[in-house]
Design a protein. Structure first.
Length: 156
């Protein structure tokens, strides 16, 4: 029986075992390799996607749990005319080091900023629990601060 959900804005159906982790469906069935495998227990966040706008760890999420839901991966984050403002801030503030965890970090931060475009450092620290072995946390903070400052200036 096919499992149907919205993936990056498009209806998608997959015929897999319902307990298969969403991560493996994305990577191995749908060939979307931007979402990364790291710890396999939902602790590190490299596999983070958005499920109905909320950050979710895809390595521990059975695909059956996304039936009828909206899933956004790093491939769906970019806008039609290029990179979105968060991705541009990531580049401007040189966030990536090795880069392995960055797709998960971007998805988690994006979910936070979609909910609260003026999120402060404490909200960022509480909402984004992804692990970066390179320690890019200060660069992430600078990138997010640049976006929240722009959002505040636009509201003024």
């Amino acid at each position: 029986m096919a499992i149907t959900f919205i993936l990056n804005g498009r209806e998608t159906a997959v015929d897999v075992e319902p307990e298969m982790p969403l991560l493996w469906v994305l990577r191995d069935v749908l060939n979307l390799t931007g979402t990364k495998f790291a710890c396999g227990i939902g602790a590190c966040g490299a596999c983070t996607v958005q499920l109905n706008g909320q950050a979710a760890r895809s390595c521990v999420l059975p695909v059956s749990a996304v039936t009828g839901a909206e899933v956004t991966t790093i491939e769906g984050l970019a806008e039609y005319d290029g990179l979105n403002p968060l991705q541009l801030a990531w580049i401007e503030h040189q966030v990536p080091q090795c880069g392995y965890c960055q797709s998960g970090l971007l998805m988690a931060v994006s979910a936070l900023l979609n909910k609260n475009p003026a999120a402060d450092t404490e909200e960022l620290r509480q909402a984004v629990t992804n692990i970066c072995r390179c320690g890019s946390y200060e660069a992430v903070k600078r990138a997010v601060q640049s976006l929240t400052e722009k959002a505040e200036a636009a509201d003024a």
